[in-house]
Unconditional design. Structure first.
Length: 480
């Protein structure tokens, strides 16, 4: 029932109703606070799990044999890029880049060029045209007309052909047709055109076509299809002359040579001189092992910090308010996990060795440090021994020994599952409380409506009383 505040009573009924609703809403307010606290706990558990998962990942990287024998590749020439798999064995190679891979590219012969509307298909043998690549039909070019612009458009729209076309402007209104393979290699980079024979003997995609497909004299070659080629110094006996050796030629349809050595890939971008051979080498990289150890210690420190932050007790100020507390304050499981994590890292290794001898130590503030130089010194003296101390199963999968790496991986993995259960429990509680909050929304709306009706009726009654009072006063006054 709509009303205007206090017309008869002079009361601010809107403020009164809001105050009453505020009192009535106290249970809902407590529920909202509980939801907020539960959501903070969920976020905290999720954050801890993320840090523990990162710790497990860092540990698992060192549980693999490859984590202890990483390789790094170097090249003497910037025109040769080299990559090596982590497990690539040490080795070296010298060679000359003799050829770069290329695909066929041709351009129309007439230097004066042609107009975009001139017929260009005739120079290719008419149209429609079947495209031949590597001894088989790969598709058909079917321009709507034989004009230069239509031929270019038809070729570029047929993306399965492996060729592109462009009208090269040579003067005002005059162009030359250039067609280029999108792939390289002596076989894979070649292509040709043959007139489509049409029905009923129409050739289909994939049909073999072994006959030579020379380009007409209306086109000139810009580049011929060829493989990339590197030449290794002669080390193969010449069957015709025992005093000589033959160079070893290695070819690739692209400028990339995969597994030129086990796990090693080269990509060449320029030819090199025969008297200036390119040298490529692959060597073990102990610094990469140290970097993995640093990553493990960093992940452990991050997890320790997160556990501290989320379970921090906080302090009570003079006003009695708690500040600086973590969402999971008072959670004993977190404190226990933090202690276990520190003990796991600092506990003695096999054969009485200490992590400190490998550069891993704890500080008075409950964090960890890693001395890279100390680790590298120990690793250089006995790489296999260090590996067996820290990650024995990486050296021998059948080993029953448990090193620092395995202990950390297991601890992190085992800790994640209970936190997932806690997250699920909190999320269930949140959904339940949100349902109750929604119920309170309905209940409070009904209460507000009832209060508004009550005060509207009150104003109406007071208005009537005032009217009656005024009438009585008038009557009494008339009696004089």
């Amino acid at each position: 029932m709509p009303s205007v505040d206090g017309l008869s009573s002079g009361l601010d009924t809107t403020s009164i109703i809001n105050s009453l609703i505020s009192v009535d809403a106290a249970p809902q307010t407590r529920l909202k606070s509980s939801v907020s606290a539960a959501q903070q706990k969920v976020t905290a558990f999720q954050s801890i799990n993320t840090k523990l998962t990162a710790l497990q990942t860092a540990a698992d990287n060192l549980k693999k044999a490859a984590g202890w024998s990483p390789s790094t590749a170097t090249t003497s020439d910037t025109s040769v890029a080299v990559t090596a798999a982590a497990t690539a064995p040490a080795g070296a190679l010298s060679f000359q880049v003799k050829e770069l891979a290329a695909g066929r590219s041709v351009i129309s012969q007439d230097e004066a060029g042609m107009a975009l509307t001139d017929n260009a298909a005739n120079a290719l043998g008419g149209y429609p045209l079947d495209v031949v690549r590597d001894g088989k039909i790969v598709g058909t070019v079917s321009p709507s007309t034989g004009s230069l612009s239509d031929v270019v458009d038809a070729i570029n729209k047929a993306t399965n052909l492996g060729i592109t076309a462009v009208a090269v402007r040579v003067s005002d209104g005059k162009y030359r047709l250039q067609i280029t393979s999108t792939t390289t290699g002596e076989k894979k980079g070649d292509f040709g055109f043959v007139p489509s024979n049409g029905s009923p003997n129409e050739r289909k995609v994939g049909d073999p076509y072994s006959a030579p497909v020379p380009f007409s004299s209306d086109f000139t070659t810009v580049s011929s299809p060829k493989d990339a080629q590197i030449v290794l110094p002669g080390n193969v006996p010449d069957p015709n002359d025992a005093t000589k050796t033959l160079a070893v030629k290695v070819t690739s349809a692209t400028n990339t040579f995969s597994d030129i050595m086990p796990g090693v890939t080269l990509t060449v971008s320029a030819k090199t001189a025969a008297d200036k051979p390119v040298s490529v080498s692959v060597a073990s990289d102990p610094k990469a092992v140290a970097a993995s150890m640093q990553a493990l210690v960093d992940a452990a420190n991050t997890a320790l910090s997160e556990l501290t932050t989320q379970s921090k007790a906080g302090t009570v100020g003079a006003d009695g308010k708690l500040t600086g507390a973590g969402p999971l304050r008072g959670d004993g499981a977190l404190r226990t996990l933090r202690t276990d994590l520190l003990n796991t890292v600092t506990s003695a290794l096999g054969n009485g060795a200490s992590p400190a001898t490998l550069g891993i130590q704890s500080t008075s503030t409950g964090t960890l440090t890693f001395d890279k130089d100390k680790f590298l010194t120990a690793f250089a003296k006995d790489p296999a021994g260090v590996q067996k101390l820290l990650a024995p199963t990486s050296a021998d999968p059948k080993s029953n020994a448990v090193g620092l790496v395995e202990r950390l991986s297991t601890l992190a993995k085992d800790a994640v599952a209970p936190f997932k259960t806690s997250i699920s429990s909190q999320e269930t509680s949140i959904r339940t409380m949100q349902g109750r909050i929604s119920d309170w929304d309905t209940r409070l709306a009904q209460k507000r409506e009832a209060y508004a009706k009550y005060y509207a009726n009150l104003e109406s009654s007071l208005s009537k009383l005032k009217t009656q009072g005024s009438w009585l006063s008038g009557q009494l006054a008339s009696l004089g």
